[in-house]
Design a protein around this ligand. Structure first.
Ligand SMILES: Nc1ncnc2c1ncn2[C@@H]1O[C@H](COP(=O)(O)OP(=O)(O)OP(=O)(O)O)[C@@H](O)[C@H]1O
Length: 298
């Protein structure tokens, strides 16, 4: 069957707060005049496979109902493809949705997707494409972490307890105790830089983690990636920088550098990169900005 809307709902997104949302979302999407097919998946990997199958089956659009992790999974199937993409923000972090002008209210977002599909109107936004040392390709939409924040994510993923946000707090404490500057080699459009650092991030959009504006001026429609790195700060100053991320004022610190590039390569020992909060894999990673790679319905 073709001419249908595939809906990837992540029941665990937003700690389950939006579980009752789906019927209203499906009803709103139905007004676009396409059949609505709900994809079932028990994990991020299954979610991704279900989206790929739907696109191969001729889906007119894929709609992700969840946070940035769900968006990341769904995006793999529509990036660089003619199928449209919709986001119904229902996660704890909805950073891509807010960067591309999706209404924060889930039902308003669903209604907007239906109107855009009916009127055949889409907005093109850039995506970042990654290639790892094994040649594996992925896409991401918001921010790739390749420093302290990636180490925290990797540690939190390995921990079973505590659950919820306290797991991250504990992972931060544990990783702070082991903090050390690593030697990075960064290539920005062919220019090679080598320096010691604790934080390095690449952004297609400004924020991650639910409003932490790591790359405050990143624009998902400028055809470029924003790249942030900082001279070694040490434990105390790293923690002092953290509350400044929400306002994006950390970039005023003279030890922080932000550059723009179309193609970026990052190498450092012992770092597993995370993109949109999802595990990407060990560095080195090459990242390219692909202008207009997604047809966003909103
Ligand atoms: N259909 C699905 N079923 C189960 N897990 C999924 C599904 N879709 C995505 N996932 C995974 O669920 C995780 C959380 O998703 P997401 O980021 O959308 O929600 P969140 O509430 O914002 O997340 P977090 O609690 O991690 O901040 C991601 O790792 C993602 O890969």
């Amino acid at each position: 069957m073709s001419d249908f809307i595939a809906v990837l709902a992540n029941p665990s997104a937003g700690r389950g707060r939006h579980r009752g949302l789906l019927p209203g979302v499906v009803e709103a999407l139905g007004t676009a005049g396409h059949a609505v097919r709900i994809l079932t998946a028990g994990s991020g990997i299954e979610a991704e496979a279900a989206c790929h199958a739907a696109v191969a089956d001729g889906a007119a659009a894929v709609v992700a109902v969840g946070g940035d992790g769900t968006v990341h999974r769904a995006l793999q199937s529509v990036a660089g493809q003619p199928a449209g993409f919709g986001v119904v923000p229902a996660g704890t972090g909805n950073d891509f949705a807010s960067a591309v002008g999706v209404p924060p209210d889930p039902l308003a977002a669903a209604a907007g997707i239906a109107v855009a599909l009916r009127d055949d109107r889409a907005h093109r936004f850039d995506l970042a494409r990654t290639v790892d040392a094994h040649g594996e390709r992925r896409w991401f939409c918001a921010v790739m972490a390749a420093g302290f924040d990636a180490l925290v994510n990797e540690r939190a993923n390995r921990m079973r307890r505590p659950t919820g946000p306290r797991r991250y707090d504990l992972a931060i404490v544990l990783e702070l105790a082991r903090l050390r500057a690593r030697r990075y080699t960064l290539t920005l459009d062919g220019e090679e830089l080598a320096f010691p650092a604790e934080i390095v991030a690449v952004g297609n959009c400004a924020s991650y983690g639910g409003g932490m504006r790591m790359l405050p001026d990143a624009d998902p429609a400028d055809g470029l990636l924003d790249v942030l790195f900082a001279a070694p700060l040490g434990r105390l100053d790293l923690m002092r920088l953290k509350p400044r991320l929400r306002g994006g004022t950390h970039v005023r610190d003279p030890r922080v550098t932000v550059r723009r590039a179309r193609e970026v390569r990052i190498m450092a020992e012992g770092i597993v990169a995370y993109a949109d909060g999802e595990r990407l894999g060990p560095l080195p990673v090459e990242v390219s900005c692909v202008p207009g790679a997604v047809r966003l319905l909103r």
